[in-house]
Write a protein that binds this ligand. Sequence first.
Ligand SMILES: CSCCC(=O)C(=O)COP(=O)(O)O
Ligand SMILES: [Mg+2]
Length: 400
Amino acid sequence: MSEVIATYRLPGAKGSFEKKAEGIALGLTVGSWTDLPQLEQEQLLKFKGRVASINEEAGEGVGEISIAYPGRNYSNDLPAILTTVFGKLSLDGQVKLINLEFSDDLNRHYPGPRYGIEGIRELAGVKDRPLLMSIFKGVIGRDLAYMEDQLRAQARGGVDLVKDDEILFDNPLTPFYERVKNGRRILDEVQQETGKRTLYAVNLTGRTSELREKARRARELGADALLFNVFSYSLDVLQELREDENIGLPLMAHPAFAGAVAQAPHHGVAYSLWLGKFLRMTGADFSLFPSPYGSVALEKDQVLAISRELTDEPSPFKKTFPVPSAGIHPGLVPHLMEDFGEGCVINAGGGVHGHPGGAESGGLAFRQAIEAVKAGIPLEEVQGEELRVALSLWSKGGKG
Ligand SMILES: CSCCC(=O)C(=O)COP(=O)(O)O
Ligand SMILES: [Mg+2]
């Protein structure tokens, strides 16, 4: 039967959860604060939520309640489903949505990533190591020539991808379409020099009604991929971009604004859903999230839960690349590869541009660190000058 099963974590004393569960099951479906006439209750029974499970011992003074919501109550789209399972309830005190399971018949209507990890590896030409991504930094208020120089340096350093910073919007100095065209030209030139292809994820911004046309035009102009601030828009907008066959580009989901919904320990939505399951099912090829040891850190169990949702099998969806980020420098590469293996994207802005030798050296330092970890060589024993300088600047495993 079509249904979603929502699991909530909320405070309460033992013995109090059954009543709470029934209240949620009723209140978010057919009920209200007043009792309905008997006849109506019988008519509405097939629309009533069902208490699927109660765990009164999920933690100290905390329980977990799972409620099944019949598919006939909502259209199969995330706006309707999120409103059903956590619309009014999200306003009702300490309660956190920690999981949402979709029946197979509902799941199959979501697109998942168009490329996924394997498809992105094909595009990047990288099979057997984590991908390395750098980030434009300090380009607000600068012109296209400045960006071109920064892009060239990053690409010469051997990074596989470069992304716009999420705070770079369409602007007169570096307009979106010009960034796309220049990016293609510069990266073609560097590929001629080095033989290596670097992909550029340009930040797709502006009003929602403009996004699809801008994305289609970007593809025509040769864009490699699109960075997208999903949570300033919505998951459904991401899904619309994914499902547009005239766009067809890799989609890189940025977590900006995600904390507004997921950060609070006893409210909102779990990060594993918000940056994991929901992004994978709606079509993100990459999901960026704060690493456990960077400058904007999440708890390790939260981050690993995000990564599991992005990559676990079996799944009806291709895998989404986990992209642990924020405050990442070459000394952290062993931690990243220990926690995420080779199936991740190592993402750094300051850790590349902050290298004393400049962005090119920053990229080389990361590449040397990745190769060392693959070979089982301690970073301190690596001969690479760029890595040695980076390690002396940023203590291994410390914060940047
Ligand atoms: C918070 S996850 C996305 C990280 C990000 O957008 C960024 O610009 C990281 O820059 P950094 O200099 O910390 O590598
Ligand atoms: Mg950023």
